[in-house]
Design a protein around this ligand. Structure first.
Ligand SMILES: O=C(O)CCC(=O)C(=O)O
Length: 323
């Protein structure tokens, strides 16, 4: 019996990824130093690449629970633990190809302080075999379709974001919809980490911000407007008033994902850790989403060939899932 004034210690769970050992206590993941040798019994041959004795792990990925759908709709953000663990190695391989051969859309940031770069590229899913396989064979589209409440899940694009160790680049608070050449209510991005991310390096979201009914001016990382002369309101100074918002963020293990809408306000700190922070952010649209023009778009689709109000269509925006 525990006296009422004593907190009951939460039960830690053990994670193993690529022969490194992690301990998870509630939402925090602690990386034990490399010198710690993983005992054989935790790395049986043939065991999955990540093992998580964690009841929140999605063991049957497409089976998104009603409660998760409700949370996504209410908060505009939902953590999905372990859902893409089996795809981590493939996506990591794909990223190496991508970094070695970036597309014309690449927009990497090299900080002036000389710290490591933040690599970003888009729309390479049909050129890089590992990306293509993930896009067409994983449960990502099914999960997004179910969360959006749509009869179809159509790919919009993928966005690769690699913050190298020590990078000082902060991803400013923003929401995605004003950057995109689309309009509609059914949207879902899945931000998938391929590395362990500690809480202090984690991407963060403002729960409920998708329902604020406000549209903030899209800006470049240097704070200038993406579209010159844009008069939309700037993002409030969230960093100066963090207590005023319901900010959600989690330590994450490789293969964990966060689902969020195109209206959900989010940002990410610098990567002060010694790990890379590789993220594959894949974006879907549902039945009611159409082409729109809003000024300068990111990513750009100069050859899109659609009229305002047309549903997205064509080979670059395939329907990947139907209810
Ligand atoms: O990874 C980041 O730093 C930001 C990700 C992001 O803004 C997104 O996926 O929409």
């Amino acid at each position: 019996m525990v006296p009422p004034h004593y907190a009951v210690a939460p039960t830690p769970s053990v994670l193993v990824f690529e022969d490194k050992l992690y301990i998870q206590v509630k939402s925090q993941i602690f990386w034990l130093p490399d010198i710690l040798v993983v005992p054989d019994k935790l790395t049986e041959p043939g065991s999955p690449s990540i093992r998580k004795e964690d009841s929140t792990m999605v063991s049957d990925p497409p089976a998104v629970k009603d409660q998760q759908v409700d949370e996504f709709r209410r908060d505009g953000v939902l953590l999905l633990r372990g859902i893409f663990a089996d795809w981590v190695k493939d996506l990591q391989r794909g990223m190496e190809t991508n970094i070695g051969n970036p597309s014309w859309r690449e927009r990497s940031i090299r900080p002036e302080d000389g710290s490591s770069p933040f690599f970003q590229d888009y729309c390479n899913w049909d050129k890089i075999p590992e990306y293509r396989r993930f896009v067409t064979e994983s449960c990502a589209a099914a999960v997004a379709g179910r969360l959006m409440g749509s009869k179809t899940a159509r790919l919009f694009h993928e966005h690769v974001l690699i913050k190298e160790p020590g990078s000082s680049v902060v991803t400013p608070w923003h929401h995605d919809m004003p950057y995109y050449c689309v309009e509609g209510s059914m949207t879902c991005s899945l931000w998938i980490t391929l590395d362990p991310v500690m809480r202090d390096c984690a991407i963060e979201y403002i729960a409920g911000s998708h329902a604020w009914n406000r549209e903030f001016r899209p800006e470049r990382f240097n704070g200038t407007a993406l579209t010159p002369g844009d008069t939309r309101e700037p993002m409030p100074d969230i960093a100066a008033n963090r207590a005023g918002y319901d900010i959600r963020g989690w330590a994450m293990a490789p293969g964990d994902a966060v689902a969020f809408t195109y209206w959900t306000v989010h940002g990410a700190p610098a990567n002060r850790s010694a790990n890379r922070r590789r993220a594959f952010s894949i974006r879907f649209v549902g039945d009611d989403v159409v082409y729109a023009e809003k000024g300068v778009h990111s990513p750009p689709f100069p050859e899109i060939g659609l009229k305002i109000g047309d549903p997205l269509s064509g080979d670059q925006f395939p329907v990947l899932w139907r209810a």
